[in-house]
Design a protein around this ligand. Structure first.
Ligand code: ATP
Ligand code: MG
Length: 571
């Protein structure tokens, strides 16, 4: 993209000189900031919550501001510590042990967070499931993980096919207040009786903490296993990239069913001791702006799909709200279209910082730091302590500006330690000491990385390799286009042709003239070979429940092929 870089500004974080920090970096120095570095007693729940609760200056600070359409509540660090202690006692009473998988299938709520930390406090592994999952998705994940306990609500229990899950021995129900029996444990009833004191199960940094299933954009979701050691990177990136300081009010829009909702919805903010806004309910532009304005959110971490919807809702919607509290905005999950960044400067007078990482990587790897120039369309540069490169299929590094596999040198703290019950799959990520992401990208002469698409999505047309992201970004710059998904469609002559699926902004009608105008717009703005030969206007574009465009579905529908795993497809 030939857009002007957006100049850096001063950040609060303790990484003032990126180049220098990279050269002299040692993860060992970050470890010194944790209490376990001196005490030897490790548990991420302790570092995230209890440590603040034991600090007189922080104990009564609001840790969580919860709001959903029918409930508003706040919890201090002290209260969160107490509630999670109580829940840890409930788990202990019901014989949950270190290493057991305890899954959560419930909406975001104060009980969710108390349960989550309770699970970590007994040394068990937490497995959060997105509340909108239907029966098949719930079954697959509980079965694969061998979960022995599930925490859910009476309403959601209907989507849990218990008879097909022999390993699932106990179910905690959050909803009634009744006596428990052998199998069904009543959350509120047991919490009332549970002691507020709990002796945390101290674990090893390499002990299991989380089992997260991936988004399912490219196929069947994988069970990604993370250990307590990941907290090192959650903490550091919370400081460097989210730019968090003690009095920030932070909002991460992701559900904890996805890795962003745990790494950056739970660990990073609370490890850094900030107030964390948690919001249930669905997206509308107005309700999201309202959340920022009402809570005076200062740092906001969200996703391109939401930002694109805000762009569609127009600047006039943004101007209705007082968003002056915002000082730092970030994005993850999909490529961030340059158009959205330009709009962000206009609408909020702020830069939007793209960050790249994956469920498997556990935390951010390639980012736009607050005091780095942003090149719109680029994911930024690797954080200190991380080495990234573009490699070919044999594991050789490619020169600048050449598209290839985006790969990371093994050895960052939050790296997954296994794909659950699938060592072969785990091994398949690695070549020559590189972790291969499955994304395709290039690196420019100045070390900025540019995402091109999923490896499988890169289009080969008349001998040219075209990344769908570039085409999609150009398409949505057209005033009529709201969202775009681009695929390669087999063609006898050209290998593949580019086909675009688009949705239109309000006020536009599909017509041959409009489609031709959009095609010309890409042709003159980008290049002739990247202009879609076919453009189809649709009412919606298929997305995962975490908001990612599912190109593989567009492709299988187009070609009349089987659709594969659709458990994460949004309705
Ligand atoms: P699955 O692995 O099940 O197919 P998924 O890859 O979408 O699903 P996640 O781990 O949630 O599951 O997402 C990681 C992927 O998201 C990355 O591999 C990349 O393709 C995309 N992604 C994340 N952040 C960015 C970003 N900033 N720019 C471009 N792509 C991104
Ligand atoms: Mg993936």
């Amino acid at each position: 993209m030939d857009m002007q870089p957006i100049a850096a500004r001063e950040g609060n974080h303790n990484l003032k000189d990126y180049e220098k920090a990279r050269q002299s970096f040692d993860w060992e120095d970050v470890k010194k900031e944790f209490s376990w570095y001196e005490t030897g007693k490790v548990n991420a729940a302790y570092e995230t919550i209890d440590r603040h609760a034991e600090n007189p200056a922080k104990k009564d600070q609001t840790a969580l501001i919860y709001s959903s359409p029918d409930r508003e509540e706040t919890l201090t660090f002290h209260e969160l510590k107490t509630m999670s202690n109580q829940f840890a006692n409930v788990l202990k009473k019901h014989h949950v042990q270190k290493g057991d998988r305890v899954f959560l299938f419930m909406p975001r709520s104060p009980e969710f967070y108390a349960s989550f930390f309770g699970i970590l406090k007994v040394g068990a592994i937490a497995g959060p499931l997105f509340e909108a999952f239907m029966e098949q998705a719930v079954r697959d994940r509980l079965d694969d993980s061998g979960a022995s306990m599930l925490i859910t609500t009476p309403e959601l229990l209907e989507r849990v096919p218990q008879e097909e899950l022999p390993e699932l021995k106990k179910i905690v129900l959050v909803g009634y207040n009744e006596e428990s029996d052998e199998k069904y444990i009543d959350y509120f009833h047991e919490m009332e009786q549970a002691s507020e004191e709990f002796e945390i199960e101290w674990v090893d940094l390499e002990d299991g903490m989380l089992l997260h299933y991936t988004s399912g954009s490219t196929g069947k979701p994988k069970g990604v296993y993370h250990v307590h050691n990941a907290m090192i990177q959650h903490y550091a990136t919370g400081n460097w990239v989210l730019d968090l300081k003690q009095d920030d009010i932070y909002w991460c829009t992701a559900d904890p069913g996805w890795v962003t909702g745990t790494s950056y919805g739970i660990f990073a903010p609370w490890l850094n001791g900030v107030t964390n806004v948690i919001r249930g309910g669905r997206f509308t532009a107005d309700s999201w702006y309202e959340t920022i304005a009402k809570n005076n959110v200062t740092v906001w971490y969200t996703a391109p799909t939401a930002l694109r919807k805000l762009v569609s809702a127009g600047e006039q919607t943004a101007k209705k709200y007082d968003l002056s509290s915002l000082r730092h905005v970030l994005s993850v999950g999909e490529p961030l279209n340059p158009e959205v960044i330009t709009w962000g400067v206009k609408a909020f007078d702020l830069r939007i910082h793209d960050t790249w990482w994956m469920t498997e990587t556990g935390a951010m790897l390639i980012v736009n730091l607050p005091d780095m120039d942003i090149r719109p369309g680029s994911m930024g540069k690797p954080i200190p302590g991380v080495e990234a490169a573009i490699i070919d299929n044999e594991g050789n590094e490619l020169p600048p500006n050449q598209m290839g596999n985006l790969a990371i040198k093994q050895g960052w703290p939050s790296m997954m330690r296994a794909i659950w019950k699938n060592p072969g799959k785990y091994e398949s990520y690695f070549i020559n000491g590189w972790y291969v992401s499955g994304d395709s990208a290039y690196k420019d002469e100045d070390g900025y990385f540019w995402f091109q698409g999923r490896l499988d999505d890169v289009i080969n047309t008349s001998g040219e390799r075209v990344g769908p992201f570039e085409v999609e970004s150009k398409l949505i710059e057209h005033p009529a286009v709201s969202e775009a998904g681009v695929i390669g469609k087999p063609d006898p002559e050209r290998g593949e042709i580019i086909k675009a699926f688009i949705t239109l902004n309000e006020g536009y009608e599909a017509s041959d003239e409009l489609v031709e105008d959009i095609r010309k717009f890409v042709k003159t703005g980008l290049s002739a070979h990247a202009a879609p030969r076919e453009i189809e206007v649709k009412d919606t574009i298929p997305k995962t429940r975490s908001g990612k465009i599912m190109r593989r579905l567009l492709k299988s529908w187009e070609l009349g092929l089987p659709t594969g795993d659709t458990s994460t497809l949004e309705e």
